[in-house]
Write a protein that binds this ligand. Structure first.
Ligand code: SF4
Ligand code: SF4
Length: 101
């Protein structure tokens, strides 16, 4: 399925029905994205509490990474992590270095 471009979405990103926010893949807005240092992470889940896009993946009470389709790269998780376990990396660099989208 083709990702929606900015011309395809309603003006102002309207939420027309309950739950349709998941259709807006805000990850395409990003210029930076968060990267987890698993060795430093203590699974306190402060990042999960603060993330405005519910983009922190939690499984069995542990922080497991990020939902990059929805993370818009605001950096709040990296700022709030008390253990400096998240760093923000330039999106363009990661596309090259990690071969990721
Ligand atoms: S705030 Fe930091 S230490 Fe806590 S779960 Fe998130 S990444 Fe891990
Ligand atoms: S950068 Fe922002 S949107 Fe992305 S996971 Fe961190 S707090 Fe959530």
């Amino acid at each position: 399925m083709r990702e929606k471009g900015w011309k395809d979405i309603p003006l102002g990103g309207l939420i027309l029905e309950a739950g349709n926010a998941k259709e807006y893949l805000t990850g395409s807005w990003r210029t930076f994205h968060p990267v987890l240092d698993e060795k430093k992470c203590k699974h306190c889940l402060i990042c999960w509490i603060y993330c405005p896009d519910s983009s922190i993946i939690v499984e069995d009470g542990k922080m497991r990474g990020f939902k990059y389709d929805y993370c818009k790269g605001c950096g709040i998780c990296a700022t709030e992590c008390p253990f400096e376990a998240i760093k923000m990396v330039e999106e363009a660099k990661c596309r090259t270095e990690e071969g990721r989208k």
